[in-house]
Write a protein that binds this ligand. Structure first.
Ligand SMILES: [Zn+2]
Ligand SMILES: [Zn+2]
Length: 262
């Protein structure tokens, strides 16, 4: 089964109709999708979030779409949740609003501690925080899936917003905590998402896929379930890079597991 389990049509107040995302998935021969709009969050005014108080409306609308399209494609209802210990109360409130099929655990660190990142901080310090929070997210018990595991790398592509001192950082620096996170993902039977969203400008650069190929290689040595999520914010991105990833020596193995997982 071809499945894309991460997309943001902004079901309630989208600028493109959610139907356009669904039709794109059908046209690209996907058998199943999961809609995963962002949870409302007191610390973020981002326009791509479900508005506060609208989570149950979102849930109902996705279930209605699932019924309407059931002969053409299977549609699951998920949600993307930002993990940080300081917002656990908000997470529990959101999760009580629907019986979600898939709960993406994300650590969009820069949303929570912008004061840490407004100067010339070291690449390594920034990554420390991201990995530590990701470990807490994996352990938290709220999620079915750890989404875009090393998404903090995105900050390094926009130095005008995050002027980090380049100290020659590579993910090898955090090898121990990465291995610990993978162990938790395995122990808790979570999915580890393959997410090509950062490669939107350069689809040939697999180094930009989350997680980095070296991490996926290590994850493949464990009994870990993978998922695929395009993280589409516009309909044309649904199913992004899926066929290219299916040809890649490492990612293809992860997607084979995803296509066959129950
Ligand atoms: Zn995200
Ligand atoms: Zn997302």
């Amino acid at each position: 089964m071809r499945k894309d389990y991460h997309m943001h049509p902004r079901v309630i107040e989208g600028y493109e109709r959610v139907e356009k995302f669904i039709e794109t998935a059908i046209n690209n021969n996907f058998d199943e999708i999961c809609i995963t709009d962002h949870m409302p969050l007191s610390t973020s005014s981002a326009a791509d979030r479900i508005a506060r108080g609208k989570v149950s409306e979102y849930y109902k609308k996705v279930r209605d779409l699932s019924e309407i399209y059931k002969d053409k494609i299977s549609i699951k209802c998920g949600i993307e949740i930002d993990y940080h210990p300081s917002v656990v109360g908000e997470i529990e409130e959101v999760l009580s609003q629907g019986d979600f099929d898939f709960v993406l655990g994300s650590t969009h660190m820069q949303l929570f501690a912008p004061h840490l990142f407004d100067g010339n901080h070291k690449y390594t310090e920034f990554a420390d925080l991201a990995w530590e929070n990701t470990l807490l997210a994996a352990k938290s018990g709220y999620f079915t899936t750890i989404s875009h595991l090393d998404m903090f790398r995105w900050a390094f592509t926009i130095p005008e917003r995050f002027p980090l001192v380049n100290d020659g950082y590579t993910e090898d620096y955090h090898r121990d905590i990465i291995e610990e996170i993978l162990d938790v993902i395995e122990d808790k039977n979570l999915y580890l998402e393959i997410n090509p969203h950062l490669a939107w400008k350069n689809e040939k650069n697999f180094e930009l896929v989350y997680p980095h190929p070296d991490i996926v290689k290590s994850a493949l040595n464990r009994n870990i379930k993978f998922s695929y999520g395009s993280d589409a914010h516009v309909a044309s991105q649904v199913g992004k890079m899926y066929d290219m990833l299916k040809e890649h020596t490492i990612y293809s193995k992860a997607l084979d597991i995803w296509e066959n997982v129950k």
